[in-house]
Design a protein around this ligand. Structure first.
Ligand SMILES: CC(C)(COP(=O)(O)OP(=O)(O)OC[C@H]1O[C@@H](n2cnc3c(N)ncnc32)[C@H](O)[C@@H]1OP(=O)(O)O)[C@@H](O)C(=O)NCCC(=O)NCCS
Length: 180
């Protein structure tokens, strides 16, 4: 068990810290356009994916966030990942992210895994607020927000540039007081 980034379990899943040796799995996700369609990064090869692995380490070393790999409890197969970044200690808040390889979509895995790390964060990381930033067209992700009781706070128009296009983003949040 690693400080602030322990192994967690749910009914169907083992949720354990991301390790350097997960790079092949991370590359598989970040080179798949279905996964990266609404993410801010993608990687063309394993070499470039090292940047993502460095980012996970940087977050942890600086206590800016923690990421977990989501695995099937029985087969130990890696399904996806979820975690936090951009911790702001003074405001007791963080930003969340999550993804699954497409073959694992539609089985409720993210609601289960992400719900568990939110619980962990509220109970153990002194957090009061978890934010999610979602593109309005990402309907699958918005359903996760509904399932976990995140509240839509507003839409920032053309707040990000993806390739040559400006895109809107929506802010969602979950507060400790509303978590159940
Ligand atoms: C967003 C994401 C993590 C959802 O995870 P999930 O575990 O599949 O979520 P759920 O099983 O609860 O399904 C959510 C919705 O996806 C849709 N869905 C289900 N199976 C699907 C499939 N095979 N293909 C496409 N969409 C599907 C359904 O509308 C479902 O809603 P429902 O449960 O009301 O029927 C997943 O779609 C993903 O990895 N997307 C790419 C990465 C991403 O966008 N991350 C979020 C960035 S903000």
């Amino acid at each position: 068990m690693t400080e602030n980034n322990p192994i967690l379990q749910t009914e169907r899943l083992i949720i354990r810290p991301v390790e350097d040796s997960d790079i092949d799995f991370v590359y598989k996700a970040f080179s798949n356009p279905k996964v990266t369609k609404f993410l801010t990064v993608s990687y063309p090869d394993l070499e470039a994916t090292k940047e993502q692995m460095e980012w996970y380490k940087h977050l942890k070393n600086k206590k800016l966030g923690y990421w977990w790999v989501i695995c099937d409890k029985n087969s130990e197969k890696k399904l996806g990942a979820c975690g936090f970044s951009n911790h702001q200690k003074n405001h007791q808040k963080t930003e969340a992210g999550y993804w699954l390889l497409p073959e694992n979509w539609g089985k409720g895995y993210i609601a289960e895994a992400f719900g568990e790390i939110c619980k962990y964060a509220f109970e153990n990381l002194s957090l009061n607020r978890i934010e999610c930033i979602i593109e309005p067209e990402n309907s699958n992700s918005k359903k996760i927000m509904d399932k976990l009781n995140f509240q839509l706070e507003g839409r920032l128009r053309q707040a990000e540039k993806v390739d040559d296009d400006f895109v809107d983003i929506e802010y969602y949040s979950l507060l400790k007081q509303d978590f159940h």
